[in-house]
Design a protein around this ligand. Structure first.
Ligand SMILES: [Zn+2]
Length: 437
């Protein structure tokens, strides 16, 4: 009789699942990112590449040879997304696996081309493994002459009557969103933005150098990269050297403009950004990392970032150290992110690899440190690489939280990242599409 009762109890206590459970991550602390809380002693059940349940550890028993990853004392968060990278056929075989190693299971590529599309599609078809999922911007759509001169490979807009056709062709090629660049004329820029939006496509952009200053943030939606335009808008330096405009694009302008800022105007810019639903991908590490001499020397000494040798000549020529103009700009960027955050602006974490001193994967974790340095809480910083990208991508992106039916992309940490954001770098294991890496 007693045996019968025990058997009955067994079937009542342990829930059963219609799918085969391939992997169970047991006894872990889960930070779902749906709320600012830690769920203790949970077991995450995974079938194929999907999470099928997050249950109390006591309510699941291994009854069908499920692979078990015991994560006692560990912290599980969603894997991270780097929202601003560039691919380079010569670097991809090193950089893509490095992203994965650091728990970055999605990269958003900010300048598309045929090779990026091919790579994205091979990953989706599981023909290419050992690479994060890829979402690709269109080719850079720039004005005439384009910012990168002879190196420019995307469409060049010479007349505003062409912009809609150009965007339509980019959509036809299969890109996931549109990228508008620094030298577009104001009318093409505005027309392009509203056309893409009407077609249901997101737009990321630099604030073009051609825009009238007072119009900078009177834009409806889209996303600003690298905090482009904020310092130009808020600068007390009214007339910037014209030769820089002709020779360059917006970044040198932004840097020079930060020398003398009117903070009332910066506040005004941030208020407009929020009112107009503009997203921001600040890429703080892009300028910060070069100021960390020890870090840069470690890269040069091959102590960090295997396989980056091909980039080190370029990076060295840019140099590193605490240059005054860079320090001023970094301080300005930090204040801008603090203001954006205070005003509940939408913020995304990105790096801009392979620009100098950015290590694939690692630098996204460093970006989270920069976010916290600018005043975000650890929880809010985590959201910029998980929940916020999920909101930006919408329904085609099934990640960003630890919950039922999401893709099983997880970062298992040795320490609690809600106590110290640096703990995202204490990686125990990475799970990607349900597979332990
Ligand atoms: Zn970029």
């Amino acid at each position: 009789m007693r045996k019968v009762i025990l058997i009955v109890l067994h079937f009542c206590l342990y829930a059963s699942y219609s799918q085969k459970i391939d992997l169970a991550i047991t006894n872990c602390n889960v930070i779902t990112l749906k709320e600012n809380a830690i769920l203790k002693n949970k077991t995450i059940l995974i079938s194929g590449s999907s999470i099928i349940a997050v249950v109390n550890s006591s309510s699941w028993k291994n009854s069908s040879n499920t692979t078990v990853l015991d994560a006692t004392g560990k912290y599980v968060i969603p894997a991270l997304t780097d929202m601003h990278v560039h691919l380079n056929p010569f670097m991809d075989k090193y950089s893509l696996p490095l992203f994965l190693k650091y728990g970055i299971t999605t990269v958003r590529v900010m300048a598309g081309n045929d090779q990026v599309l091919q790579k994205r599609d091979s990953i989706n078809k599981k023909l290419l493994r050992n690479s994060p999922d890829i979402y690709s911007a269109s080719e850079l759509i720039d004005g005439n002459p384009p910012s990168f001169d002879k190196d420019h490979s995307g469409p060049i807009v010479t007349s505003e009557s062409d912009i809609e056709k150009i965007i339509y062709e980019q959509i036809k090629k299969g890109y996931d969103f549109i990228k508008l660049y620094s030298r577009l004329d104001e009318n093409s820029f505005r027309k392009g933005l509203s056309y893409a939006k009407k077609q249901g496509f997101k737009v990321a952009y630099h604030i073009p150098v051609t825009l009238q200053k007072q119009h900078f943030f009177d834009i409806n939606g889209g996303e600003i990269e690298h905090l482009s335009g904020y310092s130009r808008y808020a600068s007390k330096l009214d007339s910037l050297p014209k030769k820089i405009l002709l020779k360059n694009y917006d970044v040198p302008f932004d840097e020079i403009s930060a020398k003398d800022i009117d903070f009332n105007k910066l506040n005004d810019a941030v208020r407009k950004t929020v009112a107009h639903n503009i997203w921001n991908c600040p890429t703080l590490v892009l300028f910060y990392n070069q100021t960390d001499e020890v870090f840069c020397k470690n890269i040069l000494g091959n102590k960090i970032g295997d396989g980056l040798d091909g980039l080190l000549g370029w990076w060295s020529s840019v140099g590193y150290g605490k240059k005054e103009n860079v320090m001023t700009y970094i301080d300005f960027q930090k204040k801008t992110v603090a203001l954006l955050h205070k005003n509940n602006a939408k913020i995304l974490a990105g790096t801009d690899f392979p620009n100098p001193w950015l290590v694939p994967g690692l630098s996204l974790h460093q970006e989270l440190e920069r976010m916290v340095d600018a005043g975000l809480t650890n929880y809010e910083a985590l959201k910029t690489a998980t929940v916020n990208p999920a909101e930006w991508f919408g329904k085609n992106y099934n990640k960003g939280t630890v919950e039922k039916n999401k893709q099983a992309d997880l970062l298992i940490l040795n320490e609690n990242p809600l106590l110290d954001i640096k703990n995202t770098q204490k990686i125990h294991k990475v799970v990607y599409k349900g597979e332990v890496q």
